[in-house]
Write a protein that binds this ligand. Structure first.
Ligand code: NAD
Ligand code: UDX
Length: 480
């Protein structure tokens, strides 16, 4: 029986390994982590992450060929293939702070692998890493190897949160990069054989190591760039009376462009896009390519602009002040169908509104009060950001409440801001919400989920990203 061990039981390690276990009953898969609460949760009925379809997959395999454990060294030493899926956040201190990837967790995992290994192993980079990381990892492993053969592969993960299980069951492609020598080719084949249990062969792409590592950063940069492009257009639409949904539809009909990932929004969030682009920017700078670095940096700048623009629009529309006014925030997660709040645009929007002394009432079906408090109190690393993104002071934190119901959040509010596109926000009883709000009642839709026409008929003043503005909003222009 082939044994797989995955270091890191997070958003990627957990679901990815659960699907490998499901699709490959003859492989034993152990997911290990240094975090005891995380492993305890993976072994319980309340998994540590919310992901549609995940519970069923885990229930089917756990205890058969899927295990979660904190005995990191034991399982690494017994494995034939070791996936490394640890976090690779942006460095916050020292050389490259604010841009470069922090590889501390990766390096310590690599050193541990070298330390405890007694047999040859394939080590798979599952985490997103800077191009050329495999070379550094190879050096750590071979300098400490005691004669053991390690083959390093790059196998970046392309799943998106909220659709992780669907993405893993039916990936657009699986990418495997390896050394172009007999040892490397043999390792690539071994990993390809794992995926071939359910992924059609033509969708398994094999490349050299550096292409695989760079493709992951490139894919995320291209995806984020599409969102910043449509968001930049949304500002122009508001200024001209064009409708961003119509523009995106017309543009996306061109088969060379395609219709996906063209939804204008309050900004993209999530743990990957900003981190990976900053990493790409840093790599370009280190390679003496400042023009290329600046090109990609602009994708993040437009994203920051979009969040600031939204806050300014809210404040400007409400007579230039939200001080002491209750504002309901519907949705805090960075997208629907996840409880993940990493880099969610809601953090920046809430900080902006609290900075203007609003009283926030926040509702998200999957995010806890503790998480929201932590996110807002967190000191965000200032790579190039406007000043309103400072951590919220303990006094300002007191001006927010977290509730478990959209109607509770909106009761007596002056305004509603929709920041996540949860399906339930499409079908709320907006007449009831309107009746219980202060007047004039404002609704700022950061995800274009509501039917603005119907809401206007009820009496709301509605702002939808990139859509023609109400006379009210035209009369109260936001100064950027
Ligand atoms: P995560 O923070 O959810 O999980 C990482 C886990 O690794 C944590 O539980 C942590 O305790 C554990 N860990 C860290 N060092 C360890 C060590 N030395 N030994 C054992 N465990 C250790 O992160 P994630 O979202 O799963 O992301 C992991 C990697 O995958 C990152 O590089 C990320 O960029 C990449 N990625 C993430 C996504 C996504 O949607 N989240 C998608 C594709 C790629
Ligand atoms: C992303 C990549 O899609 C995935 O391939 C990679 O492995 C990890 O990073 P993820 O961050 O989980 O996945 O979600 P994604 O669906 O890409 O959304 C990212 C952000 O962009 C969210 O805040 C989402 O709301 C926003 N978005 C997405 C838009 O604003 N408009 C769109 O059209 C699409």
């Amino acid at each position: 029986m082939v044994k797989i061990c995955c270091i890191g039981a997070g958003y990627v390690g957990g679901p990815t390994m659960a699907v490998i276990a499901l699709k490959c009953p003859s492989i034993e898969v152990v997911v290990v982590d240094i975090s005891v609460p995380r492993i305890t949760a993976w072994n319980s009925d309340h998994l540590p992450i919310y992901e549609p379809g995940l519970d069923e997959v885990v229930k089917e395999c756990r205890g058969k060929n899927l295990f979660f454990s904190t005995e990191v060294e034991k399982h690494v030493s017994e494995a034939d293939i070791v996936f490394v899926s640890v976090n690779t956040p942006t460095k916050t201190q020292g050389l490259g702070a604010g841009k470069a990837a922090d590889l501390t967790y990766w390096e310590s995992a690599a050193r541990m692998i070298a330390d405890v290994s007694k047999s040859d192993k394939i080590v798979v980079e599952k985490s997103t890493v800077p191009v050329k990381t495999a070379e550094a990892i190879e050096k750590i492993l071979t300098h400490n190897s005691k004669g053991i053969n390690f083959q390093i592969l790059s196998n970046p993960e392309f799943l998106a949160e909220g659709t992780a299980i669907v993405d893993l069951f039916n990936p657009d492609r699986v990418l495997i990069g390896g050394r172009e020598n007999p040892g490397g080719e043999k390792a690539v084949k071994a990993l390809k054989d794992v995926y071939a249990n359910w992924v059609p062969e033509e969708r398994i792409i094999c490349t050299n190591l550096w292409s695989a590592e760079l493709s992951k950063l490139a894919a995320n940069a291209f995806l984020a760039q599409r969102i910043s492009s449509v968001n930049a257009m949304s500002a122009l639409c508001e200024a001209t009376g064009a409708d961003v949904s119509e523009v995106a539809h017309a543009v996306g009909k061109d088969t060379r462009i395609g219709p996906k990932f063209l939804n204008a929004s309050v900004g993209f969030g999530g743990s990957c896009f900003q981190k990976d682009i900053l990493n790409l920017v840093y790599i370009c700078e280190c390679n003496g390519l400042p023009e290329v670095a600046n090109y990609w940096k602009q994708v993040i700048k437009v994203n920051d602009y979009q969040k600031t623009r939204f806050v300014n629009r809210v404040v400007a529309s409400m007579f230039n002040t939200v001080s002491g006014k209750k504002v309901a925030i519907l949705g805090f997660a960075f997208k629907k169908d996840t409880g993940d709040t990493r880099e969610t645009p809601a953090i920046d929007v809430c900080k902006g509104l609290l900075g203007d002394k609003a009283m926030l009432s926040i509702y998200d079906p999957q995010v806890t009060e503790d998480q929201i408090q932590r996110d807002l109190a967190m000191n965000k690393f200032d790579w190039d950001h406007p000043s309103h993104l400072q951590p919220v002071s303990p006094t300002a934190i007191k001006s927010l409440s977290v509730v478990w119901d959209a109607y509770d959040a909106t009761k007596d509010a002056h305004a509603v801001c929709i920041l996540t596109e949860w399906d339930e926000f499409r079908s709320l009883d907006y007449q009831r919400i309107y009746d219980n709000m202060q007047k004039p009642a404002f609704l700022f839709d950061g995800r274009n989920v509501v039917d603005a026409k119907k809401l206007r008929e009820i009496g709301f003043i509605v702002y939808s990203i990139g859509k023609p503005l109400d006379q009210w909003l035209k009369d109260m222009p936001a100064i950027a």
